[in-house]
Design a protein around this ligand. Sequence first.
Ligand SMILES: Cc1ncc(COP(=O)(O)O)c(C=O)c1O
Length: 340
Amino acid sequence: MSSFEITSACERFPALKQTQVFFDNAGGSQTLGTVIDSAGYEAAAKYINASPDNIVLGSSTTQLFRNLSYALSFPAGSELILSSIDHEANIASWVDLASRLDLKIKWWTPKTKENPKLLASDLPELLSPKTVLVTCTHASNILGTIHDIKAIAEAVHTIPGALLCVDAVAYAPHRPIDVKNLGVDFYAFSWYKVYGPHISILYASPTGLNATKSLNHFFNPSTTLSNKLGLAGSCYELTASIPAVLSYFGPNPSESWAAIEKHEGELQSLLLHYLNGRGDVMICGEKEADTKKRVSTISFVVKGRSSQEVVEDVDKASGGWGRMGCDGGTAINWHSGRSA
Ligand SMILES: Cc1ncc(COP(=O)(O)O)c(C=O)c1O
């Protein structure tokens, strides 16, 4: 006799515990109760203080921004303000959108190269009644600098209808996130950088959701962000593992995050103190270890030595853990020739 028992198998499917009979076609199978119970979407939304209706999960942040860029539409001549120091993931889709819809791009470039930072106070000279979208990063993936997103959102929202889209991939592993408190319209990061599965999240505020048209089949619902941009594209198995990330932070996540921030602060103090004390080292970006100003991603150059040599020495000293290359092919974008 087979060990697979049909009656107990059926009991594991909540959809089968009702009088309705499912004559489903090949659209998909019924879902196991254990999979439904894992409630990945609810957990992901809770993690950033959002409603599940306002999020979509997808294969990567790059993919989610690309989808979003096809779902936003602005009149020709409207203006986009794009941070020139973002990762390419939060640039390429918007440059492409601008060329498709004949929009004007204004580059948002920090005023100083010594400690480049995106400041809300830079925005008034870039904003205009034609501004429809501003994009920036929450923390620089190269320098670790934290940007004051709440102040940036307030500045953007002085223009009626203008939307703020934030890349939080480099910020999310280091601090807790509350999208409502930040006041952002779009906000994305990747769970694979937050100890989790290779899947990413995009949030849209009610205003952002309203501005997003559906890319889905015309006969499908188009109320939630997932309806509009999901395209059945978030891997269900990976979605189901998101609650495990939340449980890592324990019953009191804010306490855990405070401990993480403190620990990071101690580690970055040690390294920055050492680097600041050397005459032959230049730290790129924020020199202070203040955890309100930076996360623990630290860039520096050593006078008279190539980065490759430094990495090779670190590799030897750390038992093979030196890594070299350019994060996401980006570096700081203004060095790569983009200009206003
Ligand atoms: C700041 C930043 N944004 C976006 C990305 C791209 O994320 P994904 O690989 O999920 O597309 C990265 C990847 O390293 C990143 O550092």
